[in-house]
Design a protein. Sequence first.
Length: 167
Amino acid sequence: MARIYISLGSNIEPEQHLQAGLTSLRACFGPLRLSSMYESEAVGFSGTNFLNMVASAETDLNIAAVVAQFKQIEQNHGRLAGAKKFSPRTLDLDLLLYDHVVCQTPVVLPRAEIVNNAFVLWPLAELAPELIHPVVDKSYARLWQEYDKDSQRLWPVTFEWPPGLTF
């Protein structure tokens, strides 16, 4: 079983789409571990704020199959195939880590956004503080500690999941 870390984000009806995305991820991968929810300003374009978080799961699927599953979940929840990278979205799922794999195909792992974007690094550091980034050889807690926190605005938000909803 491989341990995967998934970045989730939305700025179109984000509460609804993140709940639906998490429910779909749980149906595919089983129990999830979740970071806190964070709100951030749009990065790379002008738009409404995003809600972001990181989830972790275990899987027997290979990397290509995991990524294909994410694309299907995104499309099932209103994401348009071929939409511009820097644009509003109903649901964005990105594979951040697949165990300690470093690769360029079928996707780049570990994902570059980990060290570049606060909305990925902070929730990942919360969920896996002692895990070591396989390229820069530092823990995610240390990477977050060293991150220039003035470069991107991000703040935790209280988020109450509906009663009975478990991940």
